[in-house]
Design a protein around this ligand. Sequence first.
Ligand SMILES: [Zn+2]
Length: 415
Amino acid sequence: MDIEKAIEGTVARLAFFSPFSFNLLFGMQRVQQESIETMGVRVKSGRITLVYNPKFYESLEENERTFVLVHEMMHVLLHHCTHRCSGDLARAYKENVAMDLAINSMLTSGSSEEQISMKIPVYKEDVGIRKKGEIIGLVPSQFGFPEGLSFEQYLALLDKKMPDSTVVFVTCGAPDGTSIQDIDPNCALGKITKQRIDPQHGNGFDEDTFVDDYVRNVVENIERNHGWGHLGGKAIEMVKKAQEQPLNWGDILRLRLGPFISYQKQLSRRRWNKHYGKPFLGSTTKSVEPVAVYADTSGSVGSADLSRFIVEIERIANYTGVYLWSFDTCVQDPDEFVLFNRRSIDSIEFKGRGGTYFSPVFEHAREKGVSQVVVLTDGCAEEISQEQVDGLEVIWVITKGGRKDGKPGTVIEIN
Ligand SMILES: [Zn+2]
């Protein structure tokens, strides 16, 4: 049986039933892979790939095939594939379970007409601990959870019912013979989830702002063209809400600084063209403006806040020079240019008390000829007027619960 042809057939039918799935799948690379049990979406360098086990796909009925394809596209639409996954095995696993509960609840709550077009897959015979007719996927009723909740809500319920310490993993073999970590079917979570979620589910998820932007664009088009297809009103609201969520302060930071951190070739009058010589003008790379980060040491910065901040700034540091200064009532070591990196910010001691003045920061930036200023602070100091920051691009990164008033420029609260 030609599985690729079979998938194309399912995809074609999605043009009517689920236009957004069709749009996403069309042009998405598809890769057969025996090493995964079922199907998954991988994100890498701005590309989304559908990876699937051909035997799994072949074993499904047509309405089940529709379900698994739409399921995977929901992961894409809800930005799960670009969600920052926890490095901790138990957390990452729970996150994946919560994502599947949110999606499957959306997809199984439709009309009976919908259930004919699309059905959650069931086992066709007894396999391992699962019996013929049992659902392959995860649904809230298996946990005693209500239907129709979001990923975050299911994750919170899972944390309450099955704390991380009760989640146990065992080493076992993947279909291709390699060994992987899978849930222990004897632990409370494993009893429900074993063989219902691919142990490699979420493996290829990776943060990717390009894909995030692409997905937001797709959702805008769906909305404009009324292409939601079978999705119910509540599910549509959830998808729309997920589009807002990734626009966190890190994105705003990049958006604000973006225009200044791109390299630009420009014609130069100082040299002749390398290839053609006189009288053709050569080009130089326009110098990219550096960014100065000022960390308020008298503010209290939580370690989660700080690590998120470091990740965001490090990204910007890939494109341009980012310098780090610390300050309280004045800027410390004002004449030292220390490059921003994990080590340099780790060496700063956040004392969490004492006086703070913002004005010296802007005077210092001007003195050093830096116009891109990021201030990490709890915001508790004197008000700053627009005149004090004229000519500067100022981004205030305020720690959770901090003061946001009296701050000209862009104010972002870490949430
Ligand atoms: Zn899934």
